[in-house]
Design a binder for this molecule. Structure first.
Ligand SMILES: Cc1cc2nc3c(=O)[nH]c(=O)nc-3n(C[C@H](O)[C@H](O)[C@H](O)COP(=O)(O)O)c2cc1C
Length: 216
């Protein structure tokens, strides 16, 4: 691994464009690369290999995690299993529609069932909260969010595109049951993963001024 002197601790060697290569990377380049991340919908094959998925999840598992509770789980859904997930989402939509006194149109039924087909592979990130006096549930939930972001960046480093989705159904009972997520836990992300034929659109600069206050 070649890292420039001022970036000895960077573990990943990242190309400016896509994927990982053997060129040196400076901190500035790495920041620019992080800022270039965009969500991409409607993804195609190829999806990451099993080894790449494991590598990305290892990266997710390094998320800040108070008391090392590892309060998250990763469920990888690909191939025909996406149809099973589609059926769970449809069941959730039907139950919710009854509760809300609404009818599901044929279009909505088809759209809901096909949602998991928008990418060749989905990693669902759910919390698995642990009772701990010093680590309240909100910290564990935030740790799950940090894990998702690490996962997304690792997949970008491997050259894949992603989008973090949840949607209104993700924590409905039928979906939680499908993933074996307990009543006090949450599905925090469906990370849709694959390859996009399009380039990531450039991001407009974000004015952080109204978001930040410096105190000294
Ligand atoms: C917790 C969470 C849930 C999200 N759920 C959805 C979703 O269901 N559908 C969607 O289109 N975008 C969703 N997003 C937003 C996208 O992931 C994405 O951040 C947004 O479209 C902005 O695009 P960018 O990542 O390229 O800046 C969600 C983001 C977060 C953090």
């Amino acid at each position: 691994m070649n890292v420039s002197d001022e970036n000895k601790n960077n573990k990943e060697i990242v190309d400016d464009d896509k994927g990982v290569d053997n060129t040196d990377v400076t901190g500035e380049q790495l920041i620019s690369w992080i800022n270039s991340r965009r969500s991409m919908g409607n993804l195609d094959a190829p999806a990451p290999t099993r080894a790449q998925i494991q590598e990305a999840i290892e990266c997710a598992a390094t998320a800040p995690d108070h008391k090392k509770l590892r309060p998250w789980r990763f469920i990888v859904t690909e191939g025909d299993a996406r149809h099973e997930l589609g059926l769970a989402l449809l069941e959730a939509a039907k139950t919710k529609a009854v509760q809300d006194g609404e009818d599901l149109s044929e279009k909505t039924i088809k759209k809901t069932r096909n949602m998991p087909l928008r990418a060749p592979l989905i990693i669902t990130v759910a919390t698995q909260m642990q009772a701990h006096k010093k680590v309240p549930p909100f910290e564990q939930m935030l740790s799950a969010g940090a894990a998702v972001q690490n996962l997304i960046l690792a997949l970008k480093a491997q050259g894949f595109s992603t989008v973090w989705r949840t949607g209104l159904l993700c924590n409905e009972p039928a979906v939680k049951a499908y993933f074996d997520v307990g009543p006090d836990d949450y599905v925090t992300a469906f990370v849709y993963i694959g390859t996009s034929s399009k380039d990531e659109p450039k991001r407009k600069p974000i004015d952080i001024e109204p978001l930040v206050r410096f105190e000294s």
